[in-house]
Design a protein around this ligand. Structure first.
Ligand SMILES: C[S@@+](CC[C@H](N)C(=O)[O-])C[C@H]1O[C@@H](n2cnc3c(N)ncnc32)[C@H](O)[C@@H]1O
Ligand SMILES: [Zn+2]
Length: 212
């Protein structure tokens, strides 16, 4: 096992959170369900797991299985927490594209925080926002299919860059169209400026013509 940062590995496991319990979930496997009303901004629990390096995390979860199932959470550039080992119940919080929680990293701690009032019996969910990799292909996107059931479900647990959203929709529908070119940095601003300039020019012409 790879060595972890001392500052992380010497921490004390948090006590069990009183706000939720683990039950079977419609989303996938087990999930975390509120058992008390939870107010917006409440720190519900801390994500806890074995601190390992990114290399060790890649070795443990090589994505070669038919379905992904991970208990990893990236803490920072050096450390990933693997809740499969020594993790607490926060590892059962599922992903949703319409979440009621978020994760916040503060001073080396990963907190699960409510972003809206949560009633008892509601499943706690946050957006995993798995990072998009440029080499991803249609089967990768389908591998990370989302089953959150939200009206605004984006179909995948991956965080999709805006320019790729229409393409990924097609991929999820089984239509493997090619990826569009990545827009150059600043291309959006340049396009906006060009539109503004054209509008100004048009307005000037209109004024000259006396059409306003
Ligand atoms: C941290 S675990 C969450 C607990 C999990 N339900 C269990 O019983 O072990 C993360 C895994 O749960 C599954 N999962 C969580 N949210 C999901 C979703 N919206 N759609 C599909 N699978 C999901 C995926 O397999 C993911 O890798
Ligand atoms: Zn979803």
């Amino acid at each position: 096992m790879s060595p972890a940062k001392k500052s992380v590995s010497t921490r004390v496991k948090p006590p069990k959170s009183p706000y939720y319990e683990v039950r079977r979930s419609k989303i996938q496997g087990r999930g975390a369900f509120a058992i008390l009303p939870i107010r917006t901004g409440k720190k519900i629990d801390e994500y806890w797991g074995q601190p390992i390096t990114h290399e060790e995390a890649d070795r443990r979860y090589d994505d070669s299985e038919g379905r992904h199932h991970t208990f990893l959470f990236v803490l920072d550039d050096d450390t990933v927490l693997d809740a499969r080992y020594g993790g607490n119940d926060a590892r059962f919080i599922n992903h949703s594209c319409d979440p009621n929680c978020e994760t916040v990293i503060e001073d080396g701690h990963i907190w699960i925080k409510a972003i809206k009032p949560i009633k008892p019996e509601t499943e706690l969910v946050y957006d995993y926002r798995f990072e998009w990799q440029d080499e991803y292909e249609p089967e990768d996107v389908r591998y990370y299919a989302c089953r959150c059931g939200a009206k605004k479900c984006r179909g995948t647990i991956l965080r999709i860059p805006v320019y790729l959203r229409p393409t990924i929709k097609q991929w999820l529908a089984g239509n493997d169209v090619p990826l569009p070119k990545k827009p150059k940095k600043g291309a959006k601003n340049a396009a906006k400026k060009a539109v503004k300039k054209a509008v100004k020019k048009g307005a000037k012409k209109a004024v000259k013509k006396g059409s306003r």
